[in-house]
Design a binder for this molecule. Structure first.
Ligand code: ADP
Length: 610
C-alpha cells in the first residue's frame, strides 16, 4: 500500500509529458508540481492488525496464560463473540457470553495444551457445530512462543476452514468406496459365472449318476465351501449321502457314499430342505449335537465324531430339483475360522443347485433309459422263448400227423394217440393265443386304448367259472383251489376284462403257490366289491414288491418260471380303468395275497398306460 502511494507523483509527470505539442498551453511556463508532505508510515502493529483483520481465516493471539489478546473478526464470528470485549479474558470467561459455543470454546485450552507441550507448531483438526445444525471443520495451526528462560509468552492460533474440502474428500472417499465395492462385486460375479460355467462343463462330461454327484461335490471345494455333501434320492425315495468332498482330502474318506441316510422327519437341516424343497441358510451352527447332526440330516450319535472331524461352523443347504422332481440336496459347509456362510453363498448354492439338478436329472434319465432298454431286451428274449415253447410242441404234433399222412398211414395211427396230439396242439395254440393277446393288450395300453364294455356282471359267478377252468391245471400241479364265492356280487364291469383279472391272479397263485392250497374269495357291500387271491407259495421279495405291477417286471428267474412279466401290469391297468385298486401283501417264503377293490357302478373309462 505504501508503494502505491509513493508512485502517485510519477504518474502525474508521465501524463504531462504525453500532452499534445504546440499552441498557447504549450508555451505556458513549466512549473514543477508541489512536493506532497511525506505521510507517516504504517506502524508494524497497524500492518499486523490490518493483515489479521483482513484474513478470512480466524486468528487468535493469546498470552502465556491463554487470555485473548488479539482476535480477528472471523475468529469472533466463529464463536459468536462479535461486540464482546474479549481482551484479557480466557475461554472459560468468554464462554459465559456465548452459551451455544460454550463447549467448543472450553475445548480450545485442551488443544492449546498439546501445542504448549510439543513446544513447536502443531496442527489439529477441530470441528465447531453451528446453530443451524451444520458443522464446520478447521485445520488449526497453533504456534507457541516462549521467553528465552522458557516461560510461556504467547500462543498464535490460525484456523483454516476446510469444511468444503473435507466434504469433497468425504464424497470422493465415498465414491471410491462405492467404486471399489462395485469392482469387487463385478469381480465376484465374474468368478461366480466362471465357476458356474465350469460346473456345467464338468457336469456335462458324464452321464453316470454317482460320478455326477462326486464331480459336483469336488467342484464346490474350495471355491464355495470348505466341505460339500451331495445327497441323492435312491430308487425307493430314500435320501443318502451321494458324495462328500473336503479341503483336506484325508477327511473325505471318513464318509463313504451311502454311509449316511437322511432321516426324513428331522425338524431342520438337510431333512427340512429335502422334505419341503426349500433352501436353508445356517450362518452359525448352535453348539448342540442336534444342531450339528442336522447338517447331515441325522440323529445318529455315531455321526457326531464325523461332524467334529469335518469341522462345522455354518452352512447352506439347497434342494436339487429338476423338472418338478426332487433329486436330492447339496450342503455347502464352512469350518470354524472361515467366514460364515451368508446370503451370497445361498444364492450361489441355488444357482449351482439348478445346474447340478439338471445334470443329475439327465444322468438319472440316461440310467432309466438304459434300464428300460435292458428290460426290453430281456423281455424280447423271454418273449421269444415263451412263444417258441408252444410253437415247438405244436409243430411236433403237426409233423407227426403230417408224416403219417404223407406215408398214407394216417388211418393206421391209434385213435388215442391222434387225440392226444390234437389235445396238446389245442392247448399250445390256446397258450400261444393267450401270449399274443397279452402282447396286444400291452400295445393297446401303450397307445392308451383299453375300452371297457360295461354290463352287469356277477363277480362271484365269474370267479367260480374261472376257478373251474383252472381246477384241472391246479390238480395237475398237485394243489387245491378253495373258492369262497357263493353270494352274488353284482356290479357294472367289463366281463371279459374282469375274467382276465381273476384268471391272471389265480394263474399266478397256482404258478408261484408251491403246490399249496390257493384261496379265492369274492365279496362286496352296497358300493364296492372285493376279489382276494391268497397263496402260501414263494412270496415276493420286499424290494421287488413296489415294481411287480410295472411292465416287464419279474421277481423270479426266467429259468425257473416262464412268463412275460406282463400279467400284473395288465391286471392293474384293467382294475384302474374300472376305477378300482389292487393291493399286495407278501412275505418271501410265506405266500402272497392280492386284493382287488372295485366300485360297483362306474361309467366306462379308457385306461391310460402309466
Ligand atoms: P409273469 O408272466 O412273469 O408271471 P406277472 O406280471 O403276472 O408276470 O407277474 C410278475 C412277477 O410277479 C412274476 O414274475 C413273479 O415274480 C411275481 N408274482 C406274481 N404273482 C405272484 C405270486 N402269487 N407269488 C409270488 N410271486 C408272484
Amino acid at each position: 500500500m505504501a508503494a502505491m502511494m509513493r508512485s502517485a507523483p510519477r504518474d502525474r509527470e508521465a501524463r504531462h509529458e504525453h500532452a499534445p505539442a504546440g499552441g498557447a498551453r504549450a508555451e505556458e511556463r513549466y512549473s514543477p508540481p508541489e512536493e506532497a508532505p511525506p505521510e507517516p508510515a504504517m506502524s508494524s502493529a497497524e500492518r499486523l492488525r490490518t493483515l489479521i483483520e483482513a484474513s478470512p481465516d480466524p486468528i487468535f493471539m493469546k498470552d502465556g496464560e491463554g487470555r485473548w489478546l488479539e482476535v480477528n473478526r472471523a475468529g469472533l464470528e466463529l464463536f459468536g463473540l462479535e461486540g464482546v470485549d474479549y481482551q484479557g479474558k480466557s475461554e472459560a470467561e468468554l464462554s459465559a457470553f456465548t452459551p451455544f459455543y460454550r463447549q467448543a470454546l472450553l475445548f480450545c485450552p485442551d488443544t492449546d495444551r498439546v501445542a504448549w507441550d510439543a513446544g513447536k507448531l502443531s496442527r489439529v483438526e477441530e470441528s465447531v457445530p453451528r446453530p443451524d445444525g451444520s458443522v464446520r471443520t478447521y485445520d488449526v495451526y497453533k504456534v507457541p512462543l516462549f521467553y528465552p528462560d522458557g516461560r510461556r509468552k504467547g500462543l498464535v492460533a490460525l484456523g483454516r476452514d476446510i469444511t468444503d474440502r473435507r466434504r469433497a474428500e468425504e464424497e470422493r472417499d465415498k465414491l471410491l468406496e462405492k467404486e471399489q465395492a462395485a469392482r469387487a462385486a463385478a469381480e465376484r460375479a465374474e468368478r461366480r459365472s466362471a465357476f458356474l460355467a465350469e460346473t456345467t462343463r464338468i457336469l456335462s462330461g458324464t452321464l453316470d449318476y454317482e460320478d455326477t454327484a462326486t464331480r459336483l461335490a469336488h467342484l464346490c471345494v474350495p471355491f464355495a465351501a470348505d466341505w460339500c455333501a451331495v445327497w441323492t434320492v435312491d430308487g425307493h425315495g430314500g435320501v443318502h449321502l451321494g458324495a462328500l468332498a473336503h479341503v483336506d482330502p484325508a477327511r473325505e474318506a471318513l464318509a463313504a457314499p451311502g454311509s449316511i441316510r437322511v432321516e426324513p422327519d428331522l425338524p431342520g437341516g438337510v431333512s427340512h430342505v429335502v422334505r419341503f424343497g426349500q433352501p436353508l441358510l445356517c450362518p452359525s451352527v448352535a453348539d448342540t449335537p442336534e444342531a450339528r447332526l442336522a447338517a447331515l440330516g441325522t440323529r445318529d450319535p455315531s455321526c457326531e465324531e464325523l461332524v467334529r472331524t469335518l469341522g462345522l461352523s455354518s452352512y447352506v443347504a439347497v434342494p436339487l430339483v429338476a423338472r418338478g422332481r426332487t433329486l436330492g440336496a447339496i450342503t455347502l459347509a464352512r469350518m470354524p475360522g472361515s467366514p460364515s456362510a451368508c446370503a451370497a453363498d445361498l444364492t450361489l448354492a441355488e444357482d449351482l443347485g439348478h445346474h447340478a439338478a439338471l445334470a443329475l436329472a439327465n444322468a438319472r434319465l440316461y440310467e432309466e433309459s438304459q434300464e428300460a432298454i435292458r428290460a426290453r431286451d430281456e423281455f424280447l428274449s423271454i418273449a421269444s422263448h415263451e412263444l417258441r415253447t408252444p410253437c415247438t410242441s405244436l409243430r411236433l404234433g403237426i409233423e407227426a400227423l403230417l408224416r403219417h399222412a404223407r406215408a398214407g398211414k394216417l388211418d393206421r395211427m391209434p385213435a388215442p394217440l391222434i387225440e392226444r396230439l390234437l389235445e396238446t396242439s389245442d392247448r399250445q395254440s390256446k397258450h400261444l393265443l393267450h401270449l399274443i393277446d397279452r402282447l396286444l393288450d400291452v400295445s393297446r395300453l401303450e397307445a392308451g386304448h383299453l375300452d371297457l364294455e360295461l354290463e352287469e356282471v356277477d363277480l362271484a359267478a365269474l370267479t367260480r367259472e374261472a376257478a373251474g377252468e383252472l381246477r384241472e391245471e391246479s390238480a395237475r400241479m398237485g394243489g387245491t383251489l378253495l373258492v369262497e364265492a357263493e353270494r352274488p356280487v353284482r356290479g357294472m364291469w367289463d366281463r371279459a376284462r374282469l375274467r382276465q383279472v381273476v384268471t391272471n391272479l389265480l394263474g399266478n397263485a397256482l404258478k408261484y403257490g408251491a403246490g399249496k392250497p390257493v384261496r379265492v374269495r369274492a365279496s362286496g357291500d352296497e358300493s364296492q366289491a372285493w376279489l382276494c387271491v391268497e397263496d402260501r407259495g414263494i412270496g415276493i421279495p420286499e424290494d421287488r414288491q413296489p415294481h411287480i405291477f410295472e411292465r416287464f417286471e419279474r421277481a423270479v428267474s426266467s429259468r425257473h418260471y416262464g412268463g412275460l412279466g406282463l400279467g400284473l401290469y395288465i391286471v392293474r391297468q384293467i382294475v384302474e380303468a374300472h376305477g378300482g385298486t389292487i393291493a399286495l401283501a407278501s412275505h418271501p417264503g410265506e405266500g402272497s395275497t392280492f386284493t382287488v377293490t372295485l366300485p360297483k357302478a362306474r361309467a366306462a373309462v379308457t385306461a391310460r398306460a402309466s
